[in-house]
Design a protein around this ligand. Structure first.
Ligand SMILES: *Cc1c(COP(=O)(O)O)cnc(C)c1O
Length: 385
């Protein structure tokens, strides 16, 4: 197992819990995703919800990526970070009126619409403003993403998207609307998808839908395949960059792109996940009857994924070279679910040791809460530490 290279002396001096972001890795990842997408002229919209830390956002905006937002607050965060409005797309099953208005006021590129009810409201608000909203229909392709039940989104029974059976209703509704312009179709089948055959199936389903619609003389300017590419939580040092190459080539191999069609993606986790590490301090090593606990000063208020999804994060004791021992690693919060990992092998832990909880750059800091009146976690960056 390769060990990570942390600036340990500097980290010993910071206030914890703290998200440490490896800026070189983020830049390398952005370079790679751009290189691979450019091969096929694909457009990338970073999914803001994975990590909205202002420094991270501006680094991503600087590289010329677009943004995928799921709330008015995220649209504002994207604008503040320098994403141009014409590169912002807006998804979400429950867009409130003010959020739609905000998108229209800034002339964002596209609303990814999830229901007929929403189309009606966009039409009304756009009409009042004398504007035309570009929309893409988020279609439920009924592709099983083979991922955790709480993060699969492309099936019929999920709250997201428009079922294929209702697509024609939405299309005929659209012909009545003068302030809504249909420009595309949108998919997002789930998250942390590591089985690329899911994306192959998605591309094939997109072809089928395009074929059916072509018979009705409907052709889209854009097709958006959403996000979902997974990262390797088990081997953060060995595989620090997601497999963008095989991801895009899978889509390219199977998707029949129509002439002049724009193809968009919305990766979130795969861009920011690996570059973030939650640094926590050991408050106590508690010896139980049958096991030993490492009690950290970070809990699920700082990193929710293990408690919410039973997610695995690789952990390392970065301040010890002693022989490994096995611990249950827990947080201080008064809930039994406040556990980062069971039977975790760590170099022998003593009070004060720093534990690095790896691959925490996505859905980490953004999900932090102040439950138990706790402070929000800090953040720091490899290049300014
Ligand atoms: C969450 C989300 C994404 C990003 O998903 P990742 O798995 O982080 O890549 C992209 N598009 C939409 C619509 C989303 O809701």
């Amino acid at each position: 197992m390769i060990k990570a290279n942390f600036p340990i002396e500097k980290l010993k001096a910071i206030e914890t819990p703290c998200y440490y972001y490896d800026i070189d890795l983020l830049k390398e990842t952005l370079k790679k995703v751009k290189e691979e997408a450019e091969k096929y002229d694909y457009l990338i919209h970073y999914a803001i919800k994975a990590n909205a830390n202002p420094r991270i956002l501006s680094l991503i905006a600087e590289q010329g990526l677009g943004a995928d937002c799921v709330s008015g607050g995220e649209i504002q965060a994207a604008l503040n970070a320098g994403f141009p409005p014409q590169k912002i797309v807006f998804a979400g099953v429950g867009k409130d009126d003010w959020e739609i208005a905000l998108g229209l006021d800034h002339n964002i590129a596209c609303f990814n619409v999830e229901s007929e009810a929403e189309l009606n409201v966009i039409q009304e608000i756009a009409s009042n403003k004398g504007k035309i909203a570009n929309v893409a229909l988020r279609i439920n392709p009924e592709i099983d993403a083979h991922t955790h039940a709480k993060i699969t989104t492309g099936m019929k029974e999920n709250k997201f998207g428009i079922n294929i059976g209702l697509l024609n209703d939405a299309l005929s509704e659209l012909t009545k609307f003068k302030h809504v312009k249909l420009i595309g179709m949108h998919f997002h089948i789930g998250s942390q998808i590591t089985d690329l055959s899911c994306f192959e199936n998605l591309a094939i389903r997109a072809n089928e839908i395009q074929d059916v619609l072509a018979m009705q003389d409907v052709q889209f300017e854009t097709v958006n395949f959403g996000g979902g590419l997974g990262i390797d939580y088990h081997h953060p040092n060995e595989f620090p960059i997601a497999s963008f190459e095989s991801f895009f080539s899978t889509i390219n191999r199977h998707f029949v792109r129509r002439k002049g069609q724009m193809v968009r993606f919305e990766p979130g986790r795969s861009i920011v996940g690996p570059c973030g590490t939650l640094i926590a301090r050991t408050i106590y090593v508690k010896e139980g009857e049958t096991k030993n606990f490492v009690v950290l000063n970070a809990g699920f208020t700082d990193l929710m994924r293990p408690a919410m999804y039973n997610a695995y994060h690789h952990m390392e004791n970065i301040t010890s070279n002693e022989e490994p021992e096995v611990y249950d690693v827990v947080g201080p919060i008064c809930e039994s679910s406040d556990v980062f990992g069971l039977k975790v092998e760590l170099n022998r832990v003593r009070r004060g040791d720093l534990i690095a909880i790896r691959s925490a750059g996505a859905y980490g800091e953004v999900m932090a809460s102040q439950y138990n009146c706790r402070k929000l976690p800090r953040s720091c960056f490899s290049d300014t530490l």
